[in-house]
Design a protein around this ligand. Structure first.
Ligand code: NAP
Length: 378
């Protein structure tokens, strides 16, 4: 913003001094133009003023206006750019593309690589697609983000030419299981690489209307002590914070324990219901609508993802068994209740002694046989 104003001073005053003192103590920059105008006051002015010459100097006040010689704005731009990351997404499928949109929206540079050719999708999103991981690594991304299916992650990680990366590159994963990627990162990555394991607890379907209050789990498995490395990890986490995620720091082991009891069960129920091919009826209740939504949410995820939740989380099997037991227990409860009702119908009050109940059952069976025999006689 630029504002113009004039300064008045008597001819005895040194114009330079006046200008200097007028700008002192203010944050605005003041530029004095080299020439100034003097003019006489009207004749009807008081005598003192009639003799005084008034000089007017044009002053320009510039508040953060970019000037050719203004290095401040240049530095501000450079600083803003340095706070941005170059993120290489390995695995540019459903979820990789979904994340890329938010990264790009927040001004980060996104490189992408995948088994399939997503070059035109990448271009449309504003990302750069690399067919060859060697070329990608030579761009020296700040972050390598693994976003491949759980079951392919180990082979993909092993195939990366990590020798072409900067020595302290940050490796991040977003796999839906956490102990597994943590272990393979620690196994295959030299100690000079940083490791951040994360799990956004939402997907393209559940996060399509924004990420506000959606949980984002992370575990800083290995981050170097240097300021720049700590800042880089925080800058990456800030992407999710800025989108409004609920940031939850916990160990990978804790995550897997909780996720087996929540996420794996959810996906399993969704897939069971999908097999029932539920109909959308005119008389849907709210509860039924929830079930239909669950089917829609889980069906849009690949089977690889679901299989990964089962295979690569050691707590998943226990949950599957619990689910089985719970279903059996529920059936027993239902049928047990049914027996009770039938018995009451057959023998009246349930508080009758077992001996009496047995006697009645014998009589009932005898009656039944008699009736059947008479039918045969007829
Ligand atoms: P996904 O089926 O789990 O993974 C698909 C991705 O894996 C694609 O990029 C695919 O590459 C790649 N891939 C599969 N097999 C491969 C192989 N043999 N070699 C190399 N790459 C292979 O589906 P997703 O939903 O995109 O999930 C990606 C990751 O994000 C998973 O680890 C998942 O657990 C995690 N995640 C997903 C969600 C979600 O809601 N979807 C949420 C949180 C975390 P191509 O497409 O090039 O074949």
């Amino acid at each position: 913003m630029i504002s113009f104003s004039s300064i008045q001073h008597s001819p005895t005053q040194n114009p330079t001094t006046t200008a200097a003192s007028s700008s002192a103590g203010t944050a605005n920059r003041t530029f004095l133009l080299p020439h100034y105008h003097t003019h006489k006051l009207p004749l009807n002015s008081p005598p003192f003023f009639q003799t005084a010459k008034v000089s007017r100097r044009l002053r320009i006040r510039a508040i953060d206006a970019a000037q050719p010689f203004d290095y401040e704005s240049l530095l501000v731009n450079r600083f803003a750019q340095s706070a941005k990351l170059k993120i290489a997404i390995i695995g540019f499928g459903n979820f990789g593309q979904f994340l890329a949109k938010a990264f790009i929206r927040q001004g980060h540079t996104v490189f992408a690589h995948s088994r399939s050719d997503y070059s035109s999708i990448a271009q449309s999103l504003g990302a750069v697609f690399f067919f060859d991981t060697h070329d990608l690594c030579e761009e020296h991304p700040d972050v390598i983000l693994l976003c491949t299916s759980i079951i392919s992650t180990e082979s993909v990680l092993k195939s990366l030419p990590i020798q072409r990366l900067r020595r302290n590159t940050l490796f991040v994963d977003v796999l839906s299981v956490k102990e597994f990627p943590k272990n393979i990162f620690l196994q295959y990555l030299p100690s000079h690489f940083d490791i951040l394991c994360t799990h956004p607890m939402f997907g393209p379907e559940s996060g399509k209307n924004g990420w506000q209050n959606l949980a984002f789990v992370f575990d800083k498995v290995r981050i170097g002590n240097e300021e720049s490395r700590l800042t880089r990890a925080e800058t990456f986490l800030d992407i999710f914070k800025n989108e409004g995620c609920r940031m939850v720091e916990m160990t990978c082991a804790e995550h897997d324990k909780y996720a087996a009891g929540s996420q794996f069960i959810t996906h399993t129920m969704g897939r069971i219901l999908e097999k029932l091919q539920l109909d959308n009826t005119q008389i849907n209740t709210k509860g039924y609508e929830t079930l239909l939504n669950l089917v829609e949410n889980t069906a849009s995820d690949s089977f690889d993802l679901y299989y990964g939740l089962f295979m690569y989380n050691k707590n998943a099997m226990e949950q599957l068994e619990r689910l089985d037991l719970a279903f059996e227990a529920l059936k027993k409860e239902l049928f047990g209740h049914l027996h009770e009702v039938l018995r009451k119908q057959l023998f009246g009050k349930s508080e009758e002694s077992p001996r009496l109940v047995l006697a009645k059952m014998v009589l009932f069976v005898l009656d039944y046989i008699k009736a059947a025999a008479s039918l045969l006689d007829d």
